[in-house]
Design a binder for this molecule. Structure first.
Ligand SMILES: [Zn+2]
Length: 132
């Protein structure tokens, strides 16, 4: 019996045209008037606990053709990589502490709330990991 292929093998065995290109699902469709990136900060709720809070202002960057501003354009790159991999569950970061659950909705949410710095790191890691 043949061993099931790894995700990296799958990506290389299937040409670009085999995959469905990224199209926004939960994020607003194009063209956008506003970059959908959301800033998440930690709010202290007690002496020992913090809670995540979405900045109500949102990103003020002007959206480019992709629908993201120049700073958050890397979110689009992440989603395009996600489309190539078919949105698997994946872990990144130095200790694998940052992760995305399986499915396009989770990939979009991750792209929407993760800082540009971490998104750049993640895109580099995924390009190397899957030879993209
Ligand atoms: Zn932005």
């Amino acid at each position: 019996m043949q061993k099931p292929g790894s995700l990296a093998e799958y990506v290389h065995l299937h040409p670009e045209g085999f995959r469905v290109a990224y199209e926004p699902v939960a994020l607003p469709h194009l063209p956008r008037l506003k970059c959908p990136h959301q800033e998440i900060t930690s709010v202290r709720v007690s002496d020992t606990m913090t809670a995540p809070k979405v900045s109500p202002r949102g990103c003020i960057g002007k959206p480019l053709a992709s629908g993201w501003c120049a700073e958050h354009q890397v979110a689009q790159e992440l989603l395009e990589i996600g489309a190539k991999l078919r949105y698997p569950e994946i872990f990144m970061g130095k200790t694998g502490a940052r992760g995305i659950f399986c499915g396009l909705i989770h990939w979009e949410r991750y792209a929407e709330v993760t800082s540009a710095k971490f998104l750049k790191e993640d895109v580099n890691v995924l390009r190397i990991r899957f030879d993209l």
